[in-house]
Design a protein around this ligand. Sequence first.
Ligand code: UN1
Length: 504
Amino acid sequence: MNEVLRRLGIEEVNPGAWAGSAIDGATGEVVSSTNPSTGEVLAKVSLAGTREYEVVVSRAQEAFERWRMLPAPKRGEIVRQMGQAMRAQKDDLGALVTMEVGKILSEGLGEVQESIDMADLAVGMSRQLFGLSMHSERAGHRMYEQWHPLGVVGCITAFNFPNAVWAWNAMVALIAGDAVIWKPSLKAPLTAIATHKMCDAVLAEHGFSGLLGLIIGGDADVGETMIADSRLPLISATGSTRMGKRVNQVVAGRLGRCLLELGGNNAIIVEPDADLDLAIRGVAFGAVGTAGQRCTTTRRLFVHSSIAKEFTDRLVAAYRQVPIGDPMKSDTLMGPLIDDDAVRMYTEGIEAIKAEGGEVLVGGDVLDRAGSFVTPTIVRGRPDMQIVQHEIFVPILYVFEYDSIEDAIRWQNDVPQGLSSAIFTDSFRKAERFLAHHGSDCGIANVNIGTSGAEIGGAFGGEKETGGGREAGSDSWKAYMRRQTCTLNWSTDLPLAQGVKFDI
Ligand code: UN1
């Protein structure tokens, strides 16, 4: 077995349920985690079922009852130590991310850095869980609001950020006083196990093993049980819009809370006055980075007609030179897709594009080698193409020409999703027009930066079918806490609000 896996505590066959220690018993079903760049099996996981889920929930509930009693800054101190544990093992964990999901090593390491940054941010937050104080309309009364822990939070994550998206949620939920049960993607279970072990070891030193739970199981049994479980006041889910709609319906049915981070269909607008070198780099990273498998991936490009030919030609030339291959090698810029299902989505996507009259300018090929490799693709698009409305989670970029910025902004907004957006321009007016309330309708709007690669200091998430949730960022802790308004009467009278009289 691979040294990195061994150092991270991964076995050849791993249990699928963890509450600190592994929970015995499983469904009997085993999944293999495969390296998408070689097709080699890294290790296996025996899937957990609803019985193991029950054990994970009850341990988390028990630990929560004690954890909530720790003052928030003390919880922050333990989260700080988790950040340190991830720092110490960043190289191995980053390499595992690369081996398991195929993103290039610098991105694998970057992802772990994002989790470390989240821990640091959460430590600071643990001393800033501010409530407001208000002036009461009644004499001798004081009003204020305070925030309390929510309970056991459910966290569902996707394959493409198998470490950081959990950290966005877990680091903040922990300082808020919550427990977290994690259901990772079955396509990236090893990163989840390694991360769980690393963070639980820190909790165990302080007597809180089991506060973080991990349940690796199917959507139909474990997933459905989890979202329907009223012991979990909040379900935070990252993934497809289809999945998010299901989660939202079930959680709404029990009047629980959802935090959704779903599909994107992100666009970049390039104005004629833009620094084109910058724009080429921004578009290339946004569209090709992570092999097009970020929710923030640039999927649509609007180029002003006066520069469309020059810009598209340059971009096509850049695409032809993208080094595709082993994501562990430092000169590779694009690794494989996650698996052969994704390759199928890619080829079917290209077929559908051609059927709608879309012209492939570069790419469109599946590489004839081991692993799930395709070429990054640019398609000349028309705004009326139906397929453009959908997020296909592969590196396909549509290019459109426009004449007026008003059209570009309108077309950019004319999709069901609303995650990330960007404009490249050196014009202050154009930038402000794009950022105005009648400009981009997305949760993220950038100027002279691509659509992906957001920092954790800003709230992350999007509107419309992206689900409306916000994770990371300054006040994200509010999603993981419940708000309580307190009115204290220190007078000797009992005046009623709104002047109501009730003298008895
Ligand atoms: C995702 O693809 O689900 O902004 C998250 C970015 C990263 C997070 C992406 N910081 O691209």
